[in-house]
Every structure is written in structure tokens, then in C-alpha cells.
Design a protein around this ligand. Structure first.
Ligand code: NAD
Length: 469
């Protein structure tokens, strides 16, 4: 879909961006909270002044509906910045702790919140503005500098980001580098203080290897197959609407999109009827002509989804199933009777195909979830507290949401991140600040004679009665 020509940065640009960011950080220029505050305000302004340009770029890259761009990317980002501005003074404050007995006398213990340093942010294409700028909010709040590498697979957005950022943010502290694997490899060779990567697990392994060379800390925001457990007694109408919402936004290209549904044979027909109704209401008879339904990012991903749709074992396409390569369109599709070893169940779907897998009961659902990699998100629809607790207690995932989908990502009081193959570390709200902050253990002793006397037991000559004390 995207035809924008994105000019890639060259080696000299990469070296310069890294050096400038590193030197700026080392000079202490980004540490004062007044600087951080101003940069956060500038980032807010960048977004606010350029809503049309950013939405148009995302439409061009992904045919992302304007509402989705504004609500899921720009509004969330502005709220994130507002929150950081509101809470910055509280976040940066040293925290006093009460010393334990061995240090009780003449001692102050502090947790100092210090910026980690120079950060590399590597973004992905599916939420191209948010995945470049949401981590940047944390970087700025923490007092770090950064080089951002937006995804080349959303070239219009990458181009706009690289044009706008230097106009609003400090040019010594924050830089944008454009490019693909080659340019990212060059970036990864530098000695960063932290790397924040969003994308797939295969590249995450490359990033981790590069980070290992310099023992650089990492945040990895990855994906996975997010299960939805549907209790047969749940309200199917509401459950279906909420599953369709999370699955079909951005044409299913969302890291926390419901990947597949686990449901009993008894409840399946009712759920399918409710899904049909929800899809019809949201996208009409022909979703291809709906302005509210996006497109697949490129031909490679279209072909991947087409293969999943056509090369599976015997299963029933109960809703949708159409596709149009010339328009990179894949219809919202529900596939029932999907076997557990079907092609749809191998990798993250990352498109508008929703497989329904039959389970005998909740124990069977739990067993299946636990046979797969730990997902980024897990969804349960039920009003049965015991069942909910059982699922939560016996599974693992980055996050879990009961009776809805996706909404937990925007909740700034909760950390967002994966576990194991779905990621490492987290961010959003204060957790973004913490992702780029080193909590420096700080102990300050006085030289008071009373403290000295109280602490003198530790000096040689040792004797065992001292330990008894
Ligand atoms: P992508 O293709 O845009 O790649 C991500 C980044 O990696 C890009 O900036 C790209 O230039 C870089 N890259 C690609 N190949 C590289 C290589 N060989 N060496 C170094 N860098 C390289 O995005 P993607 O990986 O297709 O993203 C989709 C995946 O990301 C899905 O699995 C999705 O679930 C996950 N995701 C996770 C989150 C989250 O917050 N957890 C958000 C969005 C997407």
C-alpha cells in the first residue's frame, strides 16, 4: 500500500546522531526537570499541531481509519505526556528508605532516580507514531537522550516523524534515523545505555545479541498468540462486540489483538451469531467499502495471511473469507472448528482472521494455553469468579483482561509488557519513566562520634560475643 519514498540515513548520520546524543547526555544538559518539562511540552505540541499530517501518513501506510489514529495513537500519546508533566516532580524525587538495624545510626538511605543515559528506540510499523513516541515520553521524563528508528514499513509516518521531530525537540538530545535492517544493525553496534525495541521475536534475538556485547539493558515489546477464553454462560452479545473491537482494529495488526478463541462446542453457534451481528453493525455488509476497516501493511504480510486462510486443514469459514490482493484487503474472517495444529495456530495471526478452537471445558482451555508460549495478553469472558480466578491462577501472560480486550494497554496506572517470548520489561505511565531510570542506591553516613561508637562492633579484632549482640 505504501509507496512513499523514504530516504535512509547513511553511516555518517548514524555515527553523528549517536555521538551527539551521548555527548549531550554526558554534559548533563537533559537532567534538569525544566528541560524535561519543556521537551515534553514540545512533544505534546508536535502531536497537537500535526494531527492531520500524522493521520494522513498513517492512512497512507495502513489505511488506518482516522478515528483509530486519533484515539489509539495521538490521544493516548497526549494523555501519556500530560500524565508525565503532571507527575514528573513526584517521579524524579529521591525516595528515602528506613535503614535496617546495621545502618540505623547516622545514616540516610535514598533511592535516587537517575537517567540511564543514551537510548535507542526501535519502532514497529503497526502503531507507527505511538511506538516511536510513547517510549520517548519515558526517555524525556527520565532525563535521557535518544535516537529513534521508526519502522521503514510505515514509510510515510517515518518520513513525517523525521521531519517534525527536529522542528520541535532539542536537536542535540533527540535524533531520528531512518532505514531498515542494515541501518538498524549499524545503530545496534553503538554502545547504548538502554535499547527499547518493539517488534517480532526473531529480530528481538538479534537486538539482544547486540545488547549483550556491551551489557546494555533492554526493553523488548514483542507479540504472541493472545488467547480468549469464552465461558459458555457469558453474555455473548457483549463478548462478541468486545472481541471484534480488539481483533478488527487496525485490521488485526495489533500486538494485543485477540489471536484465537477457546470455546466449547455447545456455546460456539451462539458466539458465532453474536460475532456476525457485531461485524455487520461495525463494518456493514461489505467491510471492504467501510472507511472504518484498515488494510494489510504490505504484500508480504498479505501473502502470509492468505496462506493461513487457504492452506489450513478442514475447517469452516463461518464469516468473511474474502481477500483482494490489489487492495491489500483481507475481510474480517471467523474460522470455526480449527484444529490445534492448524497453520492458524502456529504463529501470531496479526491480521483479521479469528480462529475458534473447541475445548471441552475451562481445564482443557488452560491446558492448551499452557502448551503454547506465554502470550502478551490473555482475555477471559465470564461472570463466574471461580472460573476467572482459576484461569488467572493457572496461566501466565504479559497482561490479563477480564471481560474486554485491548483496553488495558491505555491504562497508565498499569505496566504494559510481555513475559518470556512476548517481551521483557514494561512501560506506560510511571513505568515508562522507570524503564529509562537507574535507581541508584545511595547511602549517606555522618561522622558523628555517637554513630561511630554504635557502629564500632564491626571492627577487628573480631570476637563471637559481638555476633551474639
Ligand atoms: P517491523 O518489521 O517494523 O520491525 C521492527 C523494527 O525492527 C523495525 O524498526 C525494523 O527496521 C527493525 N528490524 C527489522 N529487521 C531487522 C534486523 N534484521 N536487524 C535489526 N533490526 C531489524 O515490525 P514487526 O517486527 O513486523 O512488528 C510486528 C511484531 O511486533 C508483532 O509480533 C507484534 O505483536 C509486535 N508488536 C509488539 C508491540 C508491543 O508493544 N508489545 C507493539 C507492536 C507490535
Amino acid at each position: 500500500m505504501a509507496t512513499t519514498h523514504l530516504e535512509y540515513s547513511n553511516e555518517a548520520d548514524i555515527a553523528l546522531a549517536f555521538r551527539a546524543s551521548q555527548m549531550t547526555f554526558k554534559s548533563g544538559y537533559t537532567r534538569p526537570t525544566a528541560f524535561r518539562r519543556h521537551q515534553l511540552e514540545q512533544l505534546w505540541q508536535l502531536v497537537d499541531d500535526n494531527v492531520d499530517q500524522l493521520c494522513e501518513a498513517m492512512y497512507h501506510d495502513l489505511r488506518k481509519p482516522r478515528f483509530e489514529s486519533e484515539a489509539m495513537e495521538l490521544l493516548m500519546l497526549k494523555q501519556e505526556i500530560n500524565d508525565a508533566l503532571l507527575r514528573l516532580d513526584e517521579w524524579v524525587k529521591d525516595e528515602k528508605t528506613k535503614p535496617s538495624l546495621a545502618n540505623r545510626f547516622g545514616t540516610v538511605c535514598l533511592k535516587r532516580k537517575e537517567p540511564k543515559g543514551t537510548v535507542l528506540i526501535i519502532g514497529a510499523w503497526n502503531y507507527p507514531v505511538s511506538l516511536a513516541f510513547a517510549p520517548l515520553v519515558g526517555v524525556i521524563a527520565a532525563g535521557c537522550t535518544a535516537v529513534i528508528k521508526p519502522s521503514e514499513l510505515a514509510p510515510s509516518t517515518a518520513k513525517v516523524i523525521s521531519e517534525l521531530l527536529p522542528r520541535y525537540l532539542d536537536n542535540n538530545a533527540f535524533h531520528v534515523i531512518n532505514g531498515g535492517a542494515h541501518e538498524t544493525t549499524k545503530l545496534l553496534a553503538q554502545k547504548w545505555d538502554h535499547i527499547f525495541y518493539t517488534g517480532n521475536g526473531a529480530v528481538a534475538r538479534i537486538v539482544m545479541k547486540a545488547a549483550a556485547k556491551h551489557l546494555t539493558s533492554l526493553t523488548l515489546e514483542l507479540g504472541g498468540k493472545n488467547p480468549v477464553v469464552i465461558d459458555e454462560n457469558t453474555n455473548m452479545t457483549v463478548a462478541a462486540k468486545r472481541v471484534v473491537f480488539g481483533k478488527m482494529m487496525n485490521a488485526g495488526q495489533t500486538c494485543v489483538a485477540p489471536d484465537y478463541v477457546l470455546i466449547t462446542a455447545k456455546a460456539e453457534a451462539k458466539f458465532i451469531a453474536a460475532l456476525k451481528e457485531a461485524l455487520l453493525t461495525m463494518f456493514g455488509e461489505n467491510p471492504q467499502s467501510s472507511e472504518d476497516f484498515g488494510r494489510i501493511v504490505n504484500d508480504r504480510h498479505f501473502k502470509r495471511l492468505h496462506k493461513m486462510l487457504t492452506e489450513g486443514k478442514s475447517r469452516d469459514i463461518v464469516i468473511g473469507g474474502q481477500s483482494d490482493e490489489s487492495d491489500l484487503y483481507v475481510a474480517p474472517t471467523v474460522i470455526a472448528n480449527v484444529e490445534r495444529d492448524d497453520i492458524l495456530m502456529q504463529d501470531e495471526v496479526f491480521g483479521p482472521l479469528l480462529p475458534l478452537v473447541r475445548v471441552v471445558d475451562v481445564d482443557d482451555a488452560i491446558e492448551f494455553i499452557n502448551s503454547m508460549d506465554d502470550p502478551l495478553a490473555l482475555y477471559v469472558f465470564s461472570s463466574n469468579k471461580k472460573l476467572i480466578k482459576k484461569v488467572l491462577d493457572s496461566t501466565r501472560s504479559g497482561g490479563v483482561l477480564v471481560n474486554d480486550t485491548v483496553m488495558h494497554v491505555g491504562e497508565r496506572t498499569l505496566p504494559f509488557g510481555g513475559i518470556g517470548p512476548s517481551g521483557m520489561g514494561n512501560y506506560r505511565g510511571e513505568f515508562s519513566f522507570l524503564a529509562f531510570t537507574h535507581i541508584r542506591s545511595t547511602m549517606i553516613k555522618d561522622m558523628n562520634p555517637v554513630s561511630e561508637a554504635a557502629m564500632s562492633l564491626r571492627y577487628a579484632p573480631y570476637n563471637s560475643t559481638k555476633i551474639m549482640l
